[in-house]
Design a protein around this ligand. Structure first.
Ligand SMILES: NC(=O)C1=CN([C@@H]2O[C@H](COP(=O)(O)OP(=O)(O)OC[C@H]3O[C@@H](n4cnc5c(N)ncnc54)[C@H](OP(=O)(O)O)[C@@H]3O)[C@@H](O)[C@H]2O)C=CC1
Ligand SMILES: O=C(O)C1=N[C@H](C(=O)O)C[C@H](O)C1
Length: 239
């Protein structure tokens, strides 16, 4: 496949290397540091799919530009979901193809699945409080992480005692705390902790490198062309 990379930082470079290993061609790179190319330079004749990992402030504009160019787009940028309904509407308007995941790692998507199962089970037993903790490298811009937000949404759907989340220690029993830490070169660690008077139960995912995110994004890019609509890892992995 011919892949357009939008964003050539930590993720774009990891995806580019793995894409070449998997026999794909890099159709082009659009990045603030990679020359004058723009998304408008590419069409379905020159790129089969675009993969976008940039910045919370640029993600929606990049996704919209891909959709208007007729390019299927796999987006991994986090921190832009206040625009997600617009992205869904535009995808429908242009009959386009959009894939979004807050985390492309297969392991994290299993973690999301078990998180929802665990929240439903734990809520049946009373006596437990629950909190989410995420730890990332110091260059990470958005907080809480997209993965922590997806995790929190999964808990809120299945644990009725929690009705909202706060990116700080909870101020009332109905608040789900999401605690964020930025330290060193941590790739991405997410922990859900249930605590009662008598015990503690934890669900944890720790990424060892960015390869897992890159592989998931490439699996999505290989799967998306030819499908119309908005998709995520639940559809790709049949979870
Ligand atoms: N969904 C997932 O599985 C994962 C998501 N992410 C998310 O992906 C995003 C990128 O992460 P990461 O690669 O680590 O970040 P980096 O900062 O390492 O790379 C982002 C790159 O995009 C460039 N950029 C910024 N704005 C634009 C723009 N308008 N057009 C083109 N390029 C642009 C940046 O330039 P400059 O340096 O000048 O800003 C930089 O080169 C983040 O939102 C992160 O949270 C990360 C890992 C996994
Ligand atoms: O910025 C990162 O690095 C990561 N961002 C994603 C997020 O916000 O959840 C995924 C992963 O945790 C790494």
């Amino acid at each position: 496949m011919k892949i357009l990379l939008i964003g050539y930082g930590k993720m774009g470079q990891t995806i580019g290397a793995l894409a070449r290993q998997r026999g794909h061609e890099i159709a082009g790179i659009v990045d603030l540091h990679a020359g004058p190319a723009t998304i408008a330079d590419f069409t379905p004749a020159t790129a089969d799919v675009a993969i976008e990992f940039t910045h919370p402030d640029s993600a929606f504009a990049n996704v919209a530009a891909c959709l208007r160019q007729g390019l299927p787009v796999v987006c991994g940028s986090t921190g832009w979901l206040h625009h997600f309904e617009e992205a869904q509407a535009l995808t429908a308007e242009v009959n386009g193809s959009l894939f979004y995941a807050s985390n492309y790692s297969v392991g994290v998507n299993l973690f999301f699945h078990f998180n929802e199962y665990l929240a439903a089970k734990m809520s049946q037993f009373g006596g437990y409080d629950v909190a989410v903790r995420e730890i990332h490298h110091t260059q990470k811009i958005d907080q809480p992480s997209g993965t922590a937000l997806t995790t929190a949404e999964g808990i809120l759907r299945h644990f009725p005692a929690k009705t909202t989340w706060r990116n700080a220690p909870a101020e009332s029993p109905a608040e789900l705390a999401i605690l964020s830490e930025r330290t060193g070169e941590v790739v991405g660690t997410h922990i859900v902790t249930y605590t009662s008077d008598v015990d503690t139960l934890e669900l944890k995912h720790e990424a060892h490198s960015r390869e897992g995110f890159a592989l998931g994004a490439l699996l999505a890019a290989e799967w998306l062309p030819g499908r119309r609509g908005v998709f995520g890892m639940k559809e790709l992995l049949d979870l």
